[in-house]
Ligand binder design. Structure first.
Ligand code: OAD
Length: 242
């Protein structure tokens, strides 16, 4: 568990920072009841990513992929942001253009909480993209037809998610690079730190001299690199820091 002194130290770093970047992963939404990917009950313990979260899987069996995303949409629809999401909204309102949030989460809970200055680098489960005309639209229908089609061109829709083997959107990559190079404090919350490019973000921030603080239930491959590793639940620790 994070000690009182560690929390004070983290608060001091935050108080003296000029530009803060936050990186979040599934751990922040775990406290809302959204399953993580690699934890004890993580999604990748019961499902194979290569069957469900790759462009090849969608090409092979779009119905199966859509069934899985429909199931996840149903589950996420019942969840609410928790105090960690809320604390980041408070931070954003205080810091305005000196803060940026990067999330790997596709559940949309940061947006529901009220975050506006954010990059959802792995996409958003509440958006669909046409495989024909490429139009991206918000869609909260549950369940979607197992093979949903575009209203404009009638081609198959796909989840607007960045799957394994796909690159992040150019605009997101540019923004991440910009805010990582500009920050003097990076706060990494609830990510296992093994999926790139986000897994490399702590190194980028260290290279430009930023202080890096990690919040996680356990130690991660990044823990040795960061300046401060706080162990505990995001919903308890994030509000204490901010
Ligand atoms: P993971 O499931 O890999 O890791 C979740 C991390 O959160 C772990 O390090 C946990 O220890 C930590 N954690 C769990 N509960 C927590 C809590 N209450 N408070 C703080 N930390 C907690 O999820 P990500 O790192 O986000 O990509 O995974 C990265 C990407 O891999 C995902 O975006 C997804 C996945 O495959 C795609 O689907 C493309």
């Amino acid at each position: 568990m994070a000690t009182h002194n560690q929390i004070l130290l983290a608060r001091n770093h935050l108080a003296s920072a000029q530009n803060v970047t936050i990186l979040t992963g599934a751990g922040i939404s775990a406290d809302s009841g959204v399953p993580t990917f690699r934890g004890a009950d993580g999604l990748w313990r019961n499902f194979r990513a290569e069957d469900l979260a790759t462009p090849e899987a969608f090409e092979r069996d779009p119905r199966l992929v859509w069934e899985w995303y429909n199931w996840r949409r149903e589950l996420i629809a019942t969840k609410q942001p928790n105090p960690a999401h809320d604390a980041l909204v408070t931070l954003e309102r205080q810091w305005t253009d000196r803060m940026w949030l990067i999330t790997q989460n596709v559940d949309g809970l940061h947006r529901t909480a009220g975050s506006e200055r954010l990059s959802e680098i792995h996409g958003n489960i509440w958006k669909v993209r046409c495989t024909g005309c490429g139009v991206i639209s918000e869609n909260r229908e549950i369940p979607l037809p197992t093979l949903p089609t575009c209203r404009l061109c009638h081609a198959l829709l796909r989840p607007h998610i960045v799957w394994f083997g796909e690159s992040l959107w150019e605009e997101d990559l540019r923004r991440c690079d910009e805010v990582l190079r500009a920050c003097d404090l990076l706060l990494v919350i609830g990510t296992s730190g093994i999926v790139y490019p986000a897994a490399g973000f702590a190194s980028v921030a260290k290279d430009v001299g930023a202080v890096v603080i990690e919040i996680n239930l356990e130690s991660t491959p990044q823990s040795d690199l960061v300046d401060l590793s706080l162990q505990g639940r995001a919903k308890d620790l994030v509000p204490l820091l901010l």
